[in-house]
Design a binder for this molecule. Structure first.
Ligand code: F6P
Length: 367
């Protein structure tokens, strides 16, 4: 019997379960293969006792429409930076990758499929360089990986953000208010841009186009006549003003050091007030609602394609590679070529032109 181990790492994302099910369903057609899962990314292998589960057809029955991941996930620690408390009480990160590879050999694991974002695929590449037979599957609601046309989970996040815009439009119109909706996406404006177009927002502020507060005010004012009217703004969490910085805080937890984004909508509200805007302005931060719940059909299909392809890459021994979608095909690309290759909104793209074409203001010089 041959064994493939599946792990889900990083933040959760709608469609993770559909990937797992795709792997298991495809593997079940090969009599000599069985699938096991590691709980909470590679923690399940690194912990004592080991936490792994058998993934057969019964285990994945009906999970394709469930949000989250049945395996659990974490964006803390990992085999190369496992946090431990040292004798003086401080936390340090230790490299346990060799030990983990030995444990995988002991568990008779022939191949690993690591489903995760940029950070997880960096781990995949480093494990591959150490000789592990590993394949990556990209996931993120942010759609910020250049190797693939789309990541699964992104369209679901756009749908949720669009529904939020739809709801805010009716309350804004009823009260003559200006609403600022803050959405996720890290340094990419994909969720904001798509939700702004789909929801018919008046202003869309994305990291790729630093905003001029006076242009934003001009647009808001144009939406009111004799005190009546309303305005809807969608802002990406990574947005920044011209000559300004993103709103972020530094998290320096051992094994979880990163730049945490959030708060730009409140900042914009203060700037608008300071610059003289008199309209009643409210803020909604959508947050993790964008990551929870059931994946829409598009993401279930893409995730299933990724899962089936990942297992077929195991059969073909295409290790050190990642699954990717390049319309209309699902392909494999070397991990080394795709990590740290972000995908940002092209400010000259047709999508931005479309948004401008329906009158959406970006707060840039052309507005
Ligand atoms: O990368 C996905 C994402 O949801 C980003 O859009 C967001 O900035 C970040 O993760 C939030 O991460 P966490 O849940 O760890 O705070």
């Amino acid at each position: 019997m041959k064994r493939v181990l599946v792990a889900t790492g990083g933040g959760d994302c709608p469609g993770l379960n559909a990937v797992i099910r795709g792997i298991v369903k495809r593997a079940s057609q090969e009599s000599e293969w069985e699938v096991i899962g590691s709980i909470e990314s590679f923690n399940g292998i690194l912990r004592e006792p080991t936490e792994i589960v058998v993934l057969d057809n019964k285990a994945v029955e009906g999970i394709h429409y469930q949000g989250g991941t049945v395996l659990g996930t974490t964006n803390k620690g990992g085999p190369f930076a496992w946090p431990i408390k040292s004798n003086d009480g401080t936390w340090i990160a230790v490299d346990r990758s060799d030990e983990m590879i030995r444990k995988l050999q002991y568990l008779a694991v022939d191949a690993v499929i690591n489903i995760g974002g940029d950070g997880s695929q960096l781990i995949s590449q480093k494990l591959y360089e150490k000789g592990l037979n590993i394949i990556g599957v990209p996931k993120t609601i942010d759609n910020d990986l250049s190797a693939t046309d789309f990541t699964f989970g992104f369209q679901t996040a756009v749908q949720i953000a669009t529904e939020a815009v739809d709801k805010l439009v009716t309350t804004a119109a009823s009260h003559n208010r200006t609403f600022i909706l803050e959405v996720m996406g890290r340094d990419a404006g994909w969720i904001a841009l798509n939700a702004a177009i789909a929801g018919g927002a008046d202003v869309c502020i994305i990291p790729e186009i630093p905003y001029d507060i006076h242009k934003v005010i001009k647009k808001i004012e144009s939406r009111y006549h004799k005190g009546r009217g309303f305005c809807n703004i969608v802002i990406a969490e990574g947005a920044k003003p011209i000559d300004g910085e993103t709103v972020s805080s530094v998290v320096d937890e051992v094994g979880y050091a990163h730049r945490k984004l959030g708060g730009v909508a409140e900042q914009l509200k203060s700037e608008l007030k300071d610059a003289g805007l008199e309209q009643d302005t409210r803020v909604t931060v959508l947050g993790h609602l964008q990551r929870g719940g059931i994946p829409i059909a598009y993401d279930r299909v893409l995730a299933t394609q990724f899962g089936v392809k990942a297992f077929e890459m195991v059969l073909d021994k295409e290790y050190g590679k990642m699954v990717a979608y390049r319309h209309p095909n699902i392909i494999s690309v070397p991990l080394i070529e795709v990590i740290n290759q972000p995908n940002f909104v092209d400010v000259e793209s047709d999508l931005v032109k479309t948004a401008k074409g329906v009158g959406i203001c970006f707060g840039d010089k052309s507005d």
